[in-house]
Write a protein that binds this ligand. Structure first.
Ligand code: SF4
Ligand code: SF4
Length: 378
């Protein structure tokens, strides 16, 4: 998907366009007409998650969230903003790399079994409201699932057909640290369209030929200089609000050189090994595969489902669990995410979205864990 970044750059010189809020429904209608299944932010179980979207009034208009370590609360805004929130418990990985999928099926044919693939039949997705850190997370998962050694067919089919409509953040949560990871808050690459919300409408940037084709004929005009300036101010506010930092200086060697640090014992006393951090993380990709036999004995489904390095059974191998205690499991997660991921994929596994901080039931903050190790190396 390197082409997508290059395409965004090619369109970057174009002046932003403008779509009024009153006309935004026409964009959603157009996406459905073109055969896309539109997925966007909406309120699900008292949080802002991602689900199918057909009307603008399904967006969490007028809502925002308060996030901190181990805490998330929805609160109403006074300004009625449509995208005035940051990231919630869902990420786009649930659509590109679904939590559970049947990857193969064996069917009884008399006294023998025939194994065949189960083709993915999802229509093309249009993701509406992808944040800068999430564009970066998708680019990281591209390296995992579309690499030269192994291409995952489900991921590839969904990813290649997906249309990405990004939204620039106009505020930041206390848990965000995208600036430390170089992933945000402004969307700079990897999108087909990118919008910035202002009071009456959105400035809109085109990032690809596909994005340009989608908006053709819609009530969209060039943005005025004032509209562009207001959007720029909105984007700048998000960056100013980011206070959390992760010092990434030589972080690979820092972590791998401190595998016996006392902080691993400290965090193990707090960590519940609940797996939340890995499930909400937009880049974690661990999964397990199970064969499930139908009750009538006529078929066997090979089911892939999200798993986690925090599950003891995940490291079970020929008669034993390799990472038997929480200390080993937390250390595995953090050192993989921030250190050995770099060896494997030439990128950090973290985009600074802060989800693992918010959704950790005991409020463990990976930036604090790294800082503690940096402060007193073993
Ligand atoms: S490790 Fe945490 S902050 Fe980093 S990408 Fe995953 S959920 Fe986001
Ligand atoms: S760090 Fe927090 S979210 Fe992750 S497994 Fe431990 S308790 Fe659960």
């Amino acid at each position: 998907m390197a082409d997508q970044a290059a395409t965004c750059e090619a369109f970057a010189a174009e002046l932003p366009r403008w779509i009024a809020k009153g006309d935004f429904q026409s964009l959603i209608d157009r996406l459905w007409e073109l055969g896309y299944r539109v997925i966007g932010p909406t309120i699900i179980q008292s949080a802002i998650g991602y689900d199918e979207l057909r009307r603008v009034d399904e967006l969490p208009r007028g809502w925002t969230e308060q996030q901190s370590a181990g805490s998330y609360r929805l609160v109403q805004r006074s300004d009625g903003a449509w995208f005035g929130f940051n990231v919630g418990p869902h990420s786009w990985k649930r659509y590109l790399f679904p939590p559970q999928s049947v990857v193969a099926r064996a069917e009884r044919q008399g006294d023998w079994w025939q194994l065949h693939d189960v083709p993915d039949d999802e229509p093309a997705f249009a993701f509406l409201g992808v944040r800068a850190c999430e564009l970066a997370a998708i680019a990281i998962q591209d390296r995992v699932f579309l690499n030269e050694h192994h291409t995952d067919p489900t991921y590839q089919r969904r990813r290649e057909r997906a249309l990405l409509i990004a939204v620039n953040c106009t505020q930041a949560a206390p848990t965000c640290f995208c600036t430390s990871m170089g992933t945000g808050p402004q969307c700079s690459a990897g999108f087909d369209l990118a919008i910035t919300e202002t009071a009456d409408g959105f400035t809109l940037e085109v990032g690809s030929e596909r994005g340009a084709a989608v908006i053709e004929g819609l009530p969209i005009r060039q943005a005025t200089a004032d509209e562009s300036a207001v959007a720029e101010t909105e984007r700048a506010r998000a960056e100013e609000q980011i206070s959390k930092r992760l010092d990434t200086t030589d972080i690979r060697n820092l972590l791998l050189g401190n595998l016996d640090h006392a902080r691993w014992d400290d965090v193990a006393r707090r960590c519940l090994s609940c797996t939340n951090c890995t499930l909400v993380c937009p880049t974690c990709f661990c999964h397990s595969v199970t064969d499930v036999t139908a009750l009538d004995d006529g078929s066997i489904d090979r089911v892939r489902q999200w798993d986690s390095c925090f599950n003891a059974q995940f490291s079970y191998i020929h008669g034993g669990v390799i990472r038997a205690d929480v200390r080993a499991r937390y250390r595995q997660w953090l050192t993989h995410k921030l250190a050995s991921w770099i060896d494997q994929f030439e990128t950090s596994g973290c985009v600074g979205c802060g989800r693992c901080i918010t959704w950790c039931p005991v409020g463990i903050d990976l930036t604090e864990e790294v800082a503690a190790i940096r402060e007193v190396p073993s």
